[in-house]
Design a protein around this ligand. Structure first.
Ligand code: CU
Length: 473
């Protein structure tokens, strides 16, 4: 059987070769280069070539066990060893010779469907590759754009759900503007038997995948792949270009960067800046978008899927960390915080049915807490199970206030906190973003309120202590 199969392939190849002779003349004259492939968040360098080339792409499929979240492992099926797959960059008019290898340790055959290919299955039918084998096919990169590629071996949904997708950019032949930094960000959803955060090697849940009930929604293959130390670095004054893909398998992304406006968007990864001043761009499953923006002010800009529970409860949260001088003209930081007394005129027009009860605060500390912390830690500091740890009766907080380095608390507020922590015996593994705009006096009031409310007790912070601690951060 197998022999016959190979004979058929051989025959097909011979027939094809005759056809290829005329076309191969043209290709023979092209310069040959090996494609530079990069792992996310990195992007291969801009192609500055002015004419087509024959570009050889070598991609290896591997089935690997890796971290999906802290304490949570998953058997990912990958293009190149990581999720998302390696970024491929070619130029419009290039002749791409594609080599797909399937590592001998793989348990399954795989193939590749590149949305940049014009041809049946986008290459899938020609690239079906058993473990320990490699396939080759070629295509002409005719249409410039940012394209998703993915495995299309049955059951397709499962191969995609396990991480088999990546991006290929076909640069337009007219050239592509150089920017200061380019990054590769790809969103996708994962379906595990265990709930979000449940420890151990988690099997794929077909039922959840069919119900489109994602357990994880992440950027670049894992919770925290773009936060904390993995945040994307950049500098004030730079122009940034993000190549954003969505591997799905199910969800559509409402891609948003908090505190930025996309100066230009290449909607759905088509080649043309067709949109300007966009807040949130929609990225279909199996689709992409290119966004560009200039960085005017420093700070940590949070990258989210604005279907916001995915960001704060399922992992779809990343960070762009921008360093450089402030520009108070563009963003002032908090300028005024004072008691608001309604004028008689504005109250006069208020119908009784519209009267809103205004909360009165015991003191400044409570007000600051309510404005800066309560949305996550809740108004009595009780937290939200599994997501936001409690501050009321928190042993984690008590350990800090009882230690001789209380500056750790200030650090949490001003620098944020992420990664695994245990509070009152329960594990949290989430991201607290830094709280900005508080003066030293505010910090004294706020920290004294937090450390002396809801049963918490600690000696008072002084302005002097805060000042010294701040200087050491
Ligand atoms: Cu596959």
């Amino acid at each position: 059987m197998l022999r016959l199969y190979y004979l058929c392939i051989l025959l097909a190849t011979v027939v094809l070769s005759v056809d290829l002779i005329s076309c191969s003349k043209k290709i023979q004259n092209l310069p040959v280069e090996k494609a530079i492939l990069t792992g996310a968040p990195f992007v291969p360098p801009l192609i500055e070539r002015k004419s087509p080339a024959k570009v050889v792409v070598e991609l290896e499929v591997r089935e690997v066990v890796k971290r999906l979240a802290d304490g949570v492992d998953y058997t990912f099926w990958t293009f190149g060893g990581n999720v998302p797959g390696k970024f491929i960059r070619v130029r419009e008019g290039d002749f791409v010779e594609f080599h797909l290898a399937n590592h001998s340790s793989s348990k399954l055959p795989h193939n590749i469907d590149l949305h940049a290919v014009t041809g049946p299955g986008g290459g899938a039918t020609s690239s079906f590759t058993a473990p320990g084998h490699k396939s080759q096919f070629s295509f002409l990169a005719m249409n410039p754009g940012l394209y998703v590629y993915h495995c299309a071996t049955a059951p397709v949904g499962m191969h995609v759900a396990n991480g088999m997708y990546g991006l290929i950019l076909v640069q337009p032949k007219e050239g592509f503007e150089k920017v200061d930094r380019e990054y590769y960000v790809m969103q996708s959803d994962f379906y595990t038997e265990g709930a979000y955060g449940e420890k151990g090697l988690q099997p794929f849940s077909m039922n959840k995948a069919i119900a489109e009930d994602a357990t994880y929604v992440v950027f670049n293959g894992a919770v925290g792949a773009l936060t904390g130390e993995n945040a994307l670095p950049a500098k004030v004054g730079e122009k940034i270009r993000l190549f954003v893909g969505n591997g799905g398998p199910n969800l559509i992304s409402s891609f948003h960067v908090i505190g930025e406006i996309f100066d230009a968007v290449y909607t759905e990864g088509g080649m043309g800046k067709n949109q300007h001043n966009v807040q949130t761009t929609l990225i279909p499953a199996g689709g992409s978008s290119i966004v560009e923006f200039k960085l005017d002010v420093p700070g940590t800009f949070i990258i989210v899927d604005h279907s916001i529970f995915r960001a704060f409860s399922k992992g779809a949260l990343g960070m762009l960390k921008v360093e450089g001088p402030e520009n108070k003209l563009i963003y002032s930081g908090k300028e005024v915080d004072e008691i608001y007394i309604e004028s008689a005129a504005s109250s006069a027009g208020t119908k009784t049915s519209q009267i809103i009860t205004t909360k009165t605060y015991e003191n400044k500390g409570e007000q600051l807490f309510s404005q800066n912390c309560a949305m996550c830690h809740q108004d009595k500091g009780q937290g939200v199970a599994g997501v936001f740890p409690p501050l009321a009766g928190s042993d984690y907080l008590r350990k800090i206030t009882a230690s001789n380095d209380r500056s750790q608390l200030l650090k949490i507020v001003l620098k944020g906190l992420s990664g695994k922590i245990i509070v009152n015996g329960k594990e949290y593994n989430n991201v607290m973003t830094p709280v900005a705009g508080l003066t030293d006096e505010d910090l004294v009031e706020l920290l004294n309120y937090v450390t002396n409310s809801w049963g918490n007790r600690a000696s008072k912070f002084t302005a002097d202590e805060i000042k010294k601690a701040k200087a050491r951060l």
